[in-house]
Ligand binder design. Sequence first.
Ligand code: NAD
Length: 320
Amino acid sequence: MVESLLDDGWTVRCVDNLSTGQRKNVELFENRPGYSFHRMDINDLEALLPVMRGAQCVFHLAALADIVPSIDNPLTYHRANVDGTICVLEAARAAGVQRFVYAASSSCYGIPDVYPTPETAPIRAEYPYALTKYVGEQYVLHWGKVYGMSVISVRLLNVYGPRARTTGTYGAVFGVFLAQKLAGKPLTIVGDGTQTRDFTYVTDAVSALIAAARSGIVGDVFNIGSGGTYPVKALAELIGGPMTYIPKRPGEPDCTFADIRKIRERIGWRPRISFEDGVRMVLKHIEDWQDAPVWTPESIADATRSWFKYLGKEPASGKP
Ligand SMILES: NC(=O)c1ccc[n+]([C@@H]2O[C@H](COP(=O)([O-])OP(=O)(O)OC[C@H]3O[C@@H](n4cnc5c(N)ncnc54)[C@H](O)[C@@H]3O)[C@@H](O)[C@H]2O)c1
């Protein structure tokens, strides 16, 4: 996001508390004119205000974005993703920022009935991360309605690319596979690997957020995606190397596939990077995953214990 905006000639003030982000990513642009980095928590309204002053547009991407920790620490997720969003909204409102773009998540659809999944699909958050991102979106739209702010929300899904988060948390399949590949370990396929994901390359996600900002559309929500959906096993085959199989998890859809007709038709955005090209580009940057944890079937079983415990059970009936 920062790189694209700087390339387009914008002045960029980047805010991050580096709780899960990497210092080397924000330091990359230190010598670029127009760039400044502000290490602060988005819940610190006093600190945010001077950074917002004079800004034309806010792209709100800061969030805690892993599934398992959100099940273990829902309050922490609420504070970062819901309270944090309100704080960014309030700072933007106080500073009179003209445009507010929210990076929402298609995880709000849970396990949808319809593929490709449109924006009108029922909301069925399956875990606290998904819920907090959806509640954050509701706040953004509400600030548009009540305070007249020019807000728009873009629901991302399965974004991948260089410089992605490589925290110690078990998470997105790309990072898991790339670290395993670097370490010469087998790639851990969940289930039989026929489940498919709408893998969206990072520059496509960024161009969608910028296109949304430039559009005059206010108070609306748009899916973005790659325009297709690809089996996890096909990803493993493109990355290459031995494979091993681990149990399928509750609460995870067999398919993610966004219906992107709305953003195509109303904003004129479309994805440009094919799955095969995206994987090739990521493999060129595989060294980014040098320090990422290398997961094994045993450590994954350990890390996903609460996932199985909480998402795998029937809801309580209330009967003794
Ligand atoms: N990557 C995806 O597939 C995907 C899918 C759907 C939605 N999104 C959303 O897009 C956004 C960016 O995702 P990403 O994959 O680049 O995640 P990321 O973890 O790489 O980036 C999020 C950044 O937010 C920062 N952050 C967290 N809490 C903060 C706080 N309280 N104050 C300041 N900074 C804080 C982290 O340090 C991190 O650098 C997130 O809002 C995420 O929910 C991403």
